[in-house]
Design a protein around this ligand. Structure first.
Ligand code: GUN
Length: 293
């Protein structure tokens, strides 16, 4: 079993991005600028957004954090989005999800100009992705592809089983891995809560992408020898014996699956490490006007 080391990979890519920023500045350009909108004080969202802002600082990007209270109206959020759409100094921006219940996330996502949608959540970017056109890829699927590329994982003709069909992970990674490209050219099966005979599908898989949000759901007896496992889950489970009282685990039971896997991502330290990196790659593309000219 070999570990797919997301932490090391993220470090390498961040160094490459920092070098690109130095080149941009040396050629008279300005630093790429990412803005993040955080509504309310959800602890997990605060951590995620802080990581995004810190990563920008580390590699010489400019970042702006726009915080608003949880009781802000939908119209006011849309107004913030509108201002960011118009701000020529902002290359790309994200509105951290989830938003408070009284704000329609779909409406907010649709209000973001596709040219600045570095999360790749707008249907225009999603549609372009599905048709293989230049677009901002959503962060987690982009992180998975980057990991496959850098570890030279063969995907052509492979049986890929994706568990989970969310708009931000399961569905896009299924489309991307079946495209005529590398990574891609795989035969992809999407499994979800209504799938019958899930274990049968899993046992056939050469590559498993687990994104269902159920702690340690995939067990060793459900996978075949030599499988490549990409674990997208980040779950908190009670662990009274630890200082924090909890531990993080994926959607894959690492202890029983890893002895059978040829390659496997750990949690933490796997794909999660690459999601912020993917966002920064999109922001650089936005600054360089690579996708939308
Ligand atoms: N909430 C959880 N993940 C994400 C993400 O990638 N982008 C945004 N905007 N919100 C999130």
């Amino acid at each position: 079993m070999n570990i797919l080391d997301g932490k090391q990979l993220a470090k390498e890519i961040l160094a490459e991005l920092a070098e690109e920023v130095r080149e941009l500045l040396a050629n008279g350009g300005r630093a790429p600028h990412l803005a993040a909108v955080l509504v309310g004080d959800d602890p997990a969202s605060q951590v995620y957004v802080r990581n995004k802002v810190r990563s920008c600082e580390k590699i010489g990007f400019r970042s702006t954090l726009i915080r608003r209270p949880a009781d802000i109206s939908e119209a006011e959020v849309l107004d913030v989005v509108d201002q960011l759409n118009r701000d020529d100094e902002v290359d790309g921006f994200i509105v951290q999800l989830p938003l408070p219940g009284h704000i329609n996330e779909e409406k907010v996502t649709l209000a973001i100009q596709p040219e600045k949608d570095v999360d790749g959540f707008h249907p225009v970017n999603f549609g372009r992705m599905a048709q293989g056109l230049p677009c901002y890829l959503p962060a987690t699927p982009a992180g998975i592809l980057e990991m496959m590329r850098r570890y030279e994982i063969e995907t052509e003709g492979k049986e890929v089983v994706v568990i989970g069909r969310s708009n931000i992970v399961g569905t896009p990674i299924s489309i991307l891995l079946s495209r005529k490209a590398y990574p891609g050219n795989a035969t992809v099966t999407i499994c979800h809560s209504r799938t019958k005979g899930l274990e049968g599908h899993l046992r056939r898989a050469d590559i498993i992408v687990a994104a269902i949000g159920i702690p340690e759901f995939v067990k060793g007896d459900m996978v075949k020898e030599g499988v490549v496992v990409i674990d997208v889950g980040i779950n908190r489970v009670d662990a009274p014996e630890t200082e924090k009282g909890y531990r993080l685990c994926g959607d894959v039971d690492f202890s029983s699956v890893s002895p059978k896997a040829s390659l496997i991502t750990p949690v933490p330290g796997g794909v999660g490490q690459l999601t912020v990196v993917s966002l920064l790659i999109n922001t650089l593309k936005a600054a360089k006007r690579e996708i939308y000219v």
